[in-house]
Structures are given as C-alpha cells and as structure tokens.
Write a new protein. Structure first.
Length: 870
C-alpha cells in the first residue's frame, strides 16, 4: 500500500514532504485565497519524535514577529541559509500540535510550515566480529594483514609536503572525547558545539572517526591520523534524535573557520529512497548550497571566505539490502563527496553502497581485518582495556545506538578522505600564500588523481573525457600523494554554469506508460545545445508507480556513458518518484553537447506506472569559455622598476596563453617580457610617485577559436622616496651704475621639501664679497658687492633636511659696452674728452659731450656715437 504523502507547491518551489508531523502547503494563489494555506495531516514517523518546534516559511516581506505573536510562539530562530524561513518554538508544542497547526494555518503570511520531528541519524556500521589487528595498514599496506601490498591511501610521502597544519576538520557525529591523549592537542573547543538538546554524552563513534582524520603523531598513543597537525571541531549531532533544523545548524556552524565537515552518518541503509522523514529537507539543501556558493551564487557569503565549505559523506553501508548512494539525499548532493569503502585488497566491501553519485573510495574494515583508531579512554570505550581500538562501529538497540567493537564501514573511509583533503588545502596555502582551492577544485583534483583499484572489475568504463569510472568505486581509491602534489600546482577552474544554460528549461512532460515487467521500457531524450564540460549531472524525476523498487533507471550521455540511477530491489515497496533528484559524477569532463536519454524499465511483475516528467540539470564549465584577467595591485618605490607576473584565471586546464597590454599607464611604461607567462616590467616616470594603472588581456591560444578575456586592471602604487635636491649654476652681470647685485640662488627639490642654501666657497676677497639674506639660510636671496668690477665666482649648495645637492657655481661678470644709439666703436678719443682707467667718462668729458650733442642737433648734423656701460 502506498504511503500517505502530502505535496505542496509554494510560491518559491514545488516541495516533497521531507519531515513528518503536520505540514501546511500553500494553496495556489487567487484573488480570494492569496496567502492562505491548506491543512494536511501526516502520519507519525516510526523512529521519530515530534518536537515543540515548527519550521515556518513566510511569503516574501512578511513580518516574523507578527506571525510569532499571532500564533503564540515563545522563541524565534532564523535559518540564515534559507530566505524567509524560521524555527518557531511553542510551549508544550507536542501536546497542542493541532492547535499550533491551526493557528499557523490561519495566518495569511505563512507560505508553508512543518512540525519538526527529531530523528535518530544512523552512524554508518556493518555487523561483524572484532579481531584485534593493532595496525594501520590503510596508511601503508606492506601486506601485514595478508592484503595486497600498496592497497592504501599512499600518504607516507605526502607527509613530506603537508600534515594538515592550519586546517580545521569538523567531526559532525555523536561527539569527540576532548581529553583523549591522542586527540586533545588538536581539539579546538572554540569551534565545537553540541546540537543535541538536551546534550547527550555518547561520543564513542565520533572519537573513533576523529582519530582516523586527525590523531596526533609521535606521542606513542594509538596511531596517527591522516592530517595529524590539523584541528578538530567537535560538532555533536547524532548522539540523540535531531531535527532538520538541528542538522542545518551543525552543517552551517562556523563556516568561516571550519574547512571540512566530515559526516560518517546518514539515513537508514534499508534500500528505500529516503523521501520522507529521514531525507534531506529543503532547508538542509539550502544550507549545503549556501556553504558552497553563497546565497547569491557568487560565493560572497559562502564558507572558507567564499571558496566553499567541503562536505565529506559516508556513502552508506546498505549494499546487502540493495541500497544505493542515490537513495540518500545527503550523500547524492553535488555539494558533498560520497565515499565508498574498499578492503585491504582494494576490493569493494560487502556493505559499501554503489551508485552513480559515488565520488571516491577509501580503505575500511572487511571481514576479520580491522581499522585502528582512537577509543574512549579506559573502560568507557569499546576496548575496555585501553584507549585505542583496532575496529569500531555501532549497532542500534532501541532509540540510541550502543557501542560494539566491529568493522568501521564507510564511517572509517570518510575521515580518511577528509584527512587527505586537509593535506591538499595546506599544500595549496603553502604554494600560493593564501587559500585558492574552491570546493569544486577539490573535487576536480580527487577525480583526476584517484587510483583505478580492482582493475579487473567489469564495471570499469572510460567515459567520454578519458576518466575511469565505476559504480562501485566512483573514480577509484584516493591517492594522497598524487592529490597533494596536484593541489600545490592547480589552477582554479572557471565559474560553474547551470540553469538555464546547459539544462532543460523546467520539467519536460513525457506522460508515457511504463510497460510492466518488460525490458524494453520507455525512453525520453533531451537535446543540449550548450557545450559544457560536465561536472555534476542531476535528474529530477516524476514517476507514478505502485512499487518503485521494480524500476531500473539509466541515464546515457551523448558520449555513451551510462549512469545507473536506480535498480531493481524488493526493499523499496513504496510508490512513486515524486520529483526525486538523482545525481551522477560519471560524466565528469565530457561535453554536454548532444542527446541525453533517460531509460526506465519495470523489471518485476504485478505493478505498473507512468513516466510523467523529468528535468536534466548539467553543472560544469563552458568549454573554452573566455579566461579571466583579474584586477591586481602591485607597489614599487619611486624611480625603481617593478618586475612581476600578470595573473590569469578560469583557464580550464589550458596552458597555451598570450598576455597583451591594452592601455599603458599615464605615469609610467609597461613592457611584457614574456607573453606566454605574463612576465612584465613596469617603469614609472622619473620622480613620479602616487598611483598609476594599466590594463591587459589574456588569450587562450591553443584552441581552434582563441578566446580573449575582458581587460584586467593592474594598479601600481609608486611609493615616494627622498630625491636629491638640485643646485643650478648662475651667471649675473654688474650694472654701469652699481657695483652691488642682489639676486636669488637657484635650488630645486622634486619632493617640494624646504631647502637650506649654503655658501661653500666664498668669492675672492680682492674682488668682492657675498652676503645671504637671513641667518637661517632658508632664503635664496644673496647680495654680491664688487670691489674691483672684475669677473668673480663663488659656489653654493642646497640641503632638503637630509640630503645635500651638487655644488653649483655663481659667476659675476663686470659688464660689456654697447652703443647707446646704434653702431659700435671706441669710447675714447672721438669727442675730444677722455676716459678714466675703467673706460668710464670723467665729469669734464660728460659736460663736453652734452655740449657737442646739443650743437650737432642744432646744426642738423649726425649724432656722435658714444659708448654706454652695463
């Protein structure tokens, strides 16, 4: 019998029920019903406990304070990751759920609401016997457990480059023993928090997980974690039943400081699609998206300073019940890295779930071969005789899980991957001074460096981009050394494109019956015209069917790569896929261009259904999209050359580049010395200081159609320096009537500093003397007094308070004679008078000259040429 479900179409999205209790769905808006809600009752969840908290989403612009007051809420908690969404808490809300629901239903501003159900999240485990092995073969497999030599995470040489220093790993689990001798040094209490209410003390599983990721090295306790210098943030969530808002709070905690969130838990591994109660609610999806790309999609408010938080998730241990990663809406999110488990021979363990969404694999326990890690201290732990254990896990017994010394499951594989990612992040910082790897960069590196384990397995195929993929292993077993090496040289991928580019626009109607128990099935094809280098592919599916476990669903790309999204299984007797989102990473690197086909077959008799609608969303990078010439800034000292390298981003792996200058600076000149690497030299103009700028472009040249960036602006700050002042040579000439000259010395300082004028060498005392205008010597004015009317010199310099100038020379000339009225000649013997020894007329000659001039004028004769003196 199909389970009772209620669905609603809000003003913002069509939403499947993801938590049990009471759900209010906004009715279609009309003039008479705008903002009203219709009431629907949900059945109780068998393993959930109704809480006093309601998740409420308002219509845009509504006042939550007014809603809380009108409905009697005692506490309001905003969910920052989800717009217009809040948690309202009511006194005795469990007992009066119908009253609360009715009051919320009556408020027009409420789009929808959902009573929160506290559900016990399961730690990933697999039953088995504990056999002490006291080794860490997963770090270096030398065959000590009779496994295959080299089937490990290859971390030993990676530690030469990185140990996780400066990186924080959040252990989202049932708690970490903060005082454990192998964890205490790395435990960061300031970044830790308990999200269980009331607080629970169970922390057996989280302590074991933390040790695998970040146990301290060289202290003689237990063993060593993969990232043994990283910090641990203890985010206790699974020690007691928790609501979806509790999950949001844990996954969003300290986004700026926690780099990696390890999640070795999930919904029940029972083979069912987790679309009610235990599945990921809208608010959890919002939280993961916020942490990765921000509310605006541009990363401005995302985790890790906009680079995006990294979520590692155990793929699940439900293989024996035909479970699949794609039935778990935590692990199949494109914002998470789903981790499968392999044994000491590199082979899929009996419990590790397969799936098209499985990203990578890591070692874990299998059979009698265990995983060594930290345990609760003393008798409190699974190993009652010590602080360490050679294996770990949980088996549920009632409402709370009880400890049992068993295999690690994918719970132990996930923290090994988290530890390797911590090494990658440190290597990135060490190579680039600051963090550059985004959450997508991390996934790219893991995909390109994974090892093809179990190489003879029949499921291995090479996709259209040349990457090996396997439903059992993802891209393969993680390789720490290869990942760390590539992380240190990685160039950031270009921005991701998604809807509407590269996706079908909305849901596509198919409305075709699915033949019962018929391998021919039904297919539908969507043609993509945008050429995108694929990363994640999402299929949102609406199928009406009375037994969805009968259906096998396969997506085939234009390159021919198949992604098995769902398989035949008796365990899922529920009806319908109601807009369930599947995800695949098997098409990574392929081109999106062409036909994508979804094929659905019913593989068991007795039930029938219809393929109603689907949507294809392709996320990735536009192939050969234009690169980015980022705005950058440099500084250099005045009168010095700047030699550096221009930057480029969004290269998509291309290395054949050409850098070019677009606009030169106004106060300097830039020359590219190597157009391939972007090496350049900027030379500021002489004596210039201040801010200058030039622009450049970068072109991807090694493609059929070269692509050039928009111009990037480079700002150069030229720092001022103290220039040497200048003293200039001066020549001055005495006048005919004076033997004294007053003039200014000529000093200059490009910095504009006040100058002091200093006489260095005085004039010849037999010829003259010089006097400065003031005793402070800051005035350039001097007076020269001649005593002989002969050529004379003296020298001076200037000082700007720090530096002396050159020494300049002042030359004093006695003057030369020229005709007053024109012509030239001697000043003696031509007018009957005579001169004194210096060539000047004596008083008698002057009188005679006047008489002659007057007489000549009166007679109309030519004037007598005379000499005047200067």
């Amino acid at each position: 019998m199909p389970s009772l479900r209620t669905r609603c179409l809000s003003s913002r999205r069509f939403m499947s029920v993801v938590a049990v209790g009471l759900l209010i769905c906004a009715a279609p808006m009309s003039a008479s019903s705008k903002g009203r809600a219709s009431l629907a009752l949900m059945p109780d969840q068998p393993n959930g406990v109704a809480s006093d908290k309601w998740l409420v989403r308002l219509i845009e612009g509504a006042d939550i304070g007014a809603v809380a007051l009108a409905t009697g809420a005692e506490k309001v908690i905003p969910l920052f990751a989800s717009k217009d969404t809040y948690v309202l808490e009511y006194r005795d809300g469990q007992k009066i759920s119908l009253t609360v629901s009715a009051s919320l239903h009556a408020v027009a501003e409420v789009a929808w609401f959902d009573q929160q159900v506290a559900v016990q999240r399961d730690s990933r485990f697999i039953p088995g016997e504990w056999v002490p092995s006291n080794n860490q073969w997963y770090l270096k497999n030398s065959g000590q457990s009779a496994g295959t030599v080299g089937e490990d995470i290859n971390v030993e040489t990676a530690w030469d480059s990185a140990t996780g220093s400066g990186i924080v790993i959040g252990i989202v689990d049932d708690g970490v023993e903060s005082t454990h001798p192998d964890l205490a040094a790395n435990y960061d209490a300031s970044l830790s928090n308990n999200f269980n209410s009331p607080a629970a003390g169970l922390n057996l599983h989280g302590t074991a997980v933390a040790g695998l990721a970040a146990a301290v090295a060289d202290n003689g306790v237990c063993g060593v974690g993969v990232a043994f210098d990283s910090q641990i943030a203890d985010l206790q969530l699974t020690a007691a039943p928790a609501t979806e808002s509790d999950v949001v709070a844990a996954l969003s905690y300290q986004l700026a400081d926690i780099d990696i969130y390890n999640n070795s838990w999930g919904p029940s591994d029972n083979g069912e699609v987790q679309d009610t109660g235990l599945g990921m609610a809208v608010v959890v999806a919002d939280a993961l998206q916020l942490a990765a790309v921000g509310i605006d999609g541009a990363g401005t408010d995302a985790g890790r300073a906009g680079l995006g938080s990294i979520y590692v998730w155990a793929a699940g241990n439900g293989r024996v019940r035909n479970d699949n990663v794609n039935y778990d809406n935590y692990a199949n999110s494109r914002y998470t890295i789903a981790v499968g488990a392999v044994d000491h021979d590199g082979v899929q363990t009996a419990y590790s779930e397969p799936g098209a969404a499985l990203f990578i694999s890591a070692p874990a326990s299998a059979g009698s071969v265990g995983i060594s890690t930290t345990d609760l201290v003393g008798s409190a732990g699974a190993n009652t005789g010590g602080d360490c254990r050679d294996d770990f896990n949980f088996e549920s017994n009632g409402a709370l899980p009880l400890p049992r010394q068993e295999n690690g499951g994918t719970s132990s594989a996930a923290p090994l991957v988290s530890g390797v990612i911590a090494l990658m992040l440190q290597a990135d910082v060490d190579a680039h001074t600051d963090a550059t790897l985004s959450w997508r960069d991390v996934q790219h590196i893991l995909a390109k460096t994974a090892t093809k384990n179990d190489p003879l397995d029949a499921d291995w195929v090479q996709n259209g981009a040349g990457l090996w993929v396997n439903h059992k292993y993802g891209f393969g077993r993680i390789d720490a050394q290869a990942a760390v090496t590539l992380a240190s040289t990685w160039t950031a991928v270009a921005a991701s494109v998604n809807s509407p580019q590269g996706t079908s626009k909305g849901l596509i109607d198919v409305n075709t019956p699915i033949p019962d128990n018929n391998t021919a099935g039904v297919s539908h094809t969507i043609t993509i015209v945008d050429d995108i280098e694929v990363e994640h592919v999402e299929v949102t599916l609406k199928v009406s069917h009375s037994y969805r476990g009968d259906l096998r669903i396969v997506l085939t790309s234009p390159a021919g790569t198949e992604s098995v999204l769902a398989e035949l299984r008796d365990e899922d007797a529920n009806a319908d896929y109601d807009l369930w989102r599947f995800m695949s990473v098997r098409h990574w690197g392929e081109s999106s261009l062409g036909e994508w086909t979804l094929h659905i077959t019913d593989q068991a008799p007795g039930d029938s259904g219809q393929f109603e609608q689907w949507q294809l969303a392709i996320h990735g990078v536009l192939i050969n999209s234009a690169p980015i010439a980022p705005d950058t800034a440099f500084s250099v000292n005045e009168d010095e050359a700047l030699v550096d390298t221009l930057l480029a981003q969004g290269l998509g792996g291309n290395t054949d580049l050409i850098f070019a200058i677009v606009d030169q600076g106004h106060d300097g000149t830039v020359v590219i010395s190597d157009e391939k690497s972007g090496a350049f030299t900027y030379t500021p103009d002489t004596d210039f200081n201040g801010e200058d700028a030039f622009t450049f472009t970068v072109t991807i040249a090694g493609v059929a159609k070269p692509l050039t960036s928009e111009p990037g602006r480079v700002t150069v700050t030229v720092n001022p320096t103290n220039d040497v002042p200048i003293a200039k040579d001066i020549t001055r000439t005495l006048t005919e009537v004076s033997s004294s000259l007053t003039f200014s010395l000529d000093g200059f300082d490009v910095d504009g500093d006040e100058l002091t004028y200093i006489i260095v060498d005085l004039p010849d005392p037999t010829k003259g003397s010089v006097v400065q205008a003031n005793s402070g010597l800051t005035s350039p004015s001097v007076t020269y007094n001649s005593s002989s009317r002969e050529e004379d010199t003296f020298t001076y310099k200037v000082n700007d308070g720090t530096l002396d100038s050159n020494i300049a020379t002042v030359t004093i000339e006695p003057g030369t004679a020229t005709n007053v009225l024109g012509g030239s000649g001697s000043a003696t013997g031509s007018v009957g008078g005579r001169t004194n020894g210096t060539g000047a007329l004596n008083p008698g000659s002057i009188l005679l000259l006047i008489a002659v001039l007057l007489g000549g004028w009166m007679r109309g004769r030519n004037l007598l040429a005379v000499r005047r003196y200067q």
